[in-house]
Design a protein around this ligand. Structure first.
Ligand code: 13P
Ligand code: SF4
Length: 343
């Protein structure tokens, strides 16, 4: 019988308990025992199917704990997931993230089957711009290279000179050695990059629907309530939020900060699951609100992952007419050394 995609209705049997008990410790700070009994049958079955189908599960830091810490083989930010997709020997990649991440995985490794457990897992940034918009911008700024955030469709990437993520945006812009670039589609990430480089930046009006909701007032209130709190923010946030943060970086950079510096109290100004996942890894650290939910990331659930592995669908395909050009833009990005990244 194929799993129901919306409901957690597989039985928690003694066999399931025995196969999964060692995993509970990984999520004990964020998942109750009652929740675990709902998740464990799915985790056990997903693990079996991963072995049977030679599948690898890649999960973004914004995935919920039971996915991120119990079924993921590789966790990471957009850049590291793209690199992992390029390198994997598995036959099947299950992307626990959003559509542009699955599409990027397919671009990087077209021979593999790439599954996205819910095709409706989109992104407001990817929705904000079309290939025709990029062509119009090029016509307006002749000869100016286009740097595109990976949070875009393959069709947009195909109109691009080079992609970037929040982990390497400044390094990618500077790697071009030009005085001016068109940087798409995130207006706030573009403003952040502009503040870190002398390269002139032309941008677009796209925003992340999660990060644009944070305000500087929230951070000031937080600092008043919790003196000494360390505030880490994602560069998709508005400029006044970033101006009030102690550290700005990609999701992996924020994780690195917490790992190395171990602040006693921290606010992660980003998607809620990020702090939720760190609670399990660093129970001694106090993670404070605010955080906002990404409705697209939340579409990925254990039943949908199981169903994707059972049915080998939905699969991601990229139109061959654009795949070559889009891949080139992503490959040019991965060729820029990550250790040069300054965002
Ligand atoms: P990174 O994980 O690359 O920092 O990106 C954040 C994001 O919003 C992905 O959707
Ligand atoms: Fe897109 Fe923002 Fe969600 Fe990331 S958090 S997938 S940028 S909407």
């Amino acid at each position: 019988m194929i799993a129901t995609p919306e409901r957690l209705d597989l039985p928690y049997t003694p066999d399931v308990a025995a196969a999964t008990e060692h995993l509970y410790a990984r999520v004990a700070h964020s998942v109750t025992r009652a929740e675990w009994e709902l998740y464990a049958p799915y985790i056990a079955r997903i693990e079996e199917l991963k072995r049977e189908k030679n599948a690898v599960v890649l999960a973004h830091h914004y995935q919920t704990a039971e996915i991120y810490r119990c079924v993921a083989d590789i966790i990471g930010d957009s850049l590291s997931l793209a690199q992992a997709a390029e390198k994997t020997d598995a036959d099947v990649i299950v992307m626990c993230g959003v559509h542009f991440m699955a599409e990027t995985a397919k671009l990087m490794n077209p021979e593999k089957i790439v599954l996205l457990p819910d095709l409706a897992a989109g992104c407001s940034l990817a929705e904000s711009i079309t290939a025709a918009d990029v062509r119009a911008l090029r016509a307006e700024h002749p000869g100016v290279p286009v740097v595109t955030y990976v949070n875009t469709s393959a069709a947009v990437k195909a109109e691009t000179d080079v992609c970037c993520t929040s982990a390497n945006a400044v390094a990618v812009v500077e790697s071009l050695g030009v005085p001016k670039v068109i940087f798409l589609p995130d207006e706030y990430l573009a403003a952040y990059v502009a503040s870190k480089t002398n390269v002139e930046i032309v941008t677009w009006k796209g925003h992340c629907e999660v990060h644009e909701r944070f305000t500087a007032t929230e951070i000031l209130d937080l600092r008043e309530m919790h003196p000494g709190i360390v505030v880490l923010a994602h560069p998709e946030c508005p400029p006044d939020v970033l101006a009030n943060a102690d550290f700005v970086g990609s999701t992996t950079a924020m994780l690195g900060y917490v790992k190395e510096r171990r602040p006693a109290r921290v606010a992660m100004i980003t998607e809620c699951s990020m702090a939720g996942n760190l609670v399990d890894a660093f129970p001694e650290i106090e993670f404070m609100q605010p955080c906002n939910l990404c409705p697209h990331m939340r579409r990925i659930t254990l039943p949908k992952i199981l169903r994707a592995l059972e049915t080998m669908s939905p699969q991601i395909e990229v139109d061959p007419a654009i795949a070559g050009r889009a891949r080139l833009a992503v490959e040019r990005m991965t060729a820029v050394r990550r250790d040069l990244a300054s965002v």
